[in-house]
Design a protein around this ligand. Structure first.
Ligand code: ZN
Length: 442
């Protein structure tokens, strides 16, 4: 048996981090919102990496307690001073406009305009990111320093945008595996120019999809690129039957900053994905953190709502809203690094390897240990120092049909890779046999 976990071979992939970073940099300039041309442009770009199927859901379509919103398209926005100079320019940074702003055009005294201008007084050189999806309004965002420098007087303000019926767009790619049971991997596509939030997750997910497209896998894989919250809600409302087949799921968001990895467990807390990620983090990223589920954050709020309660966790680096660059222009391409993206990619790949290869076996000699020395097996995996002989003894002892390879690895405190290698060798020598999955006790 070859190593069943060699799904993605992360150590052998050259510079996934650079590749992911470069894709994030291409996604960065696009002005995205929850529905409109920015989402489509992003998905078209991602289609070069993964053969996405586009879904368009018309404005007004009901999705549980929600409704598909109008599309937002923005062409230009500015504030001009009396001399006609742009003191705020959407073309320089798309964060300058409150996302989903209604159009406006008029002349305003600075005092009248100020309540419409959002800044970050404690980070005076960063432009905040603000949205107003579900209450129609308009507004601008700028650095506090630039606002402070504006002299009193009259200004011309314009937001050349359209809020109109259209459709919400999401992109999907499904890879067929040996079984119809699915792994859902998703990232949200709804933010304008911020690198960690959303570009890093989108780029990592697309790179992962491209690696899986040509692989033979045990599970089927569904890659979903959808706007946050409303996208997940719309997808779930249209895919209740598919949702029943989701065996494992992972949301990728904010995976490129320099902070340590943070995994947020599914609502179940003990799902296979929770255990797989915990195993990989324990052995490969010891400075990482695992946090329990909470009903705020990203789309785990929807996937883990009680009517679905799917085994879907969230992988990020610094937790959202915990870092000063969060939701501001400081979350730019210098805030993410190829090394961080590389590590995030390797951890996701390794966790998928765990899920793909976590099977149960039965020892063929349950009454006392089989004689390994006679078969030349004792020390054949490198002796005790590498855990080789120990791994074999753990596999033989715990392979009573109840314990999976991951159960054994966790109980032995060994990386799954060594448990897998031991199992492969024991299978070769007919000291183990597979347990048909349908007969495995739960
Ligand atoms: Zn965000």
């Amino acid at each position: 048996m070859t190593d069943p976990g060699a799904l993605l071979d992360p150590p052998n992939r050259p510079c996934a981090g650079e590749e992911i970073y470069n894709l994030a940099a291409r996604l960065f300039p696009i002005c995205r919102s929850i529905a409109g041309p920015g989402v489509r442009e992003t998905l078209r770009l991602l289609s070069d990496w993964v053969p996405l199927q586009f879904h368009e859901v018309p404005t007004g379509t009901r999705a549980f307690d929600w409704e598909v919103p109008r599309e937002w398209a923005i062409r230009d926005a500015y504030i001009k001073n009396a001399a006609g100079e742009r003191v705020l320019d959407f073309r320089a940074n798309n964060l300058h406009v409150v996302s989903y702003s209604a159009p406006v055009y008029g002349r305003f005294r600075l005092d009248a305009l100020k309540p419409r201008i959002h800044t970050l007084p404690d980070r005076p050189d960063a432009i905040p990111y603000r949205t107003s999806y579900y209450a129609e309004t308009w507004g601008f965002c700028m650095t506090h320093r630039a606002l402070e420098a504006l002299p009193d007087g009259e200004y011309e303000a314009r937001i050349d945008a359209t809020l109109a019926p259209g459709s919400l767009t999401y992109g999907e790619y499904r890879h067929q595996g040996e079984t119809d049971e699915e792994v859902l991997l998703t990232a949200h596509v709804c933010h304008p120019s911020m690198a960690n939030d959303n570009c890093s997750g989108l780029a990592l997910l697309a790179t992962l999809a491209r690696a899986i497209v040509s692989r033979r896998t045990r599970y089927s894989y569904r890659f979903l690129f959808a706007p946050g919250t409303i996208g997940a809600i719309v997808w779930l409302s249209r895919n209740e039957a598919v949702a029943k087949r989701i065996a494992h799921g992972l949301i990728l968001a904010g995976v490129g900053d320099r902070g340590a990895l943070t995994y947020k467990q599914s609502r179940r807390g003990d799902a296979a994905i929770d255990r797989a990620i915990a195993h990989v983090l324990r052995h490969c990223a010891p400075s990482s953190r695992i946090v329990a589920f909470s009903p705020y954050g990203y789309d785990e709020r929807q996937y883990c709502s009680p009517g679905f309660n799917l085994p879907v966790g969230l992988l990020q680096r610094s937790p959202f809203a915990s870092y000063p660059e969060y939701h501001s222009s400081a979350d730019d391409l210098s805030f993410i690094t190829p090394d961080s993206l590389e590590e995030s990619y390797a951890i996701v790949s390794a966790a998928l390897d765990v899920i793909e290869s976590d099977k149960r076996f039965l020892t063929t000699s349950p009454k006392c240990e089989p004689q390994l020395g006679r078969r030349g097996l004792y020390g054949s995996l490198g002796g005790r120092n590498t855990g080789g002989a120990d791994a074999m003894l753990w596999v033989l002892n715990l392979s009573d049909g109840r314990n999976s390879l991951l159960d054994i690895a966790d109980r032995a405190g060994l990386p799954l890779a060594s448990i897998r290698a031991a199992a492969a060798l024991l299978l070769e020598h007919a000291l183990l046999c597979p347990v048909p999955e349908v007969e495995a006790p739960s």
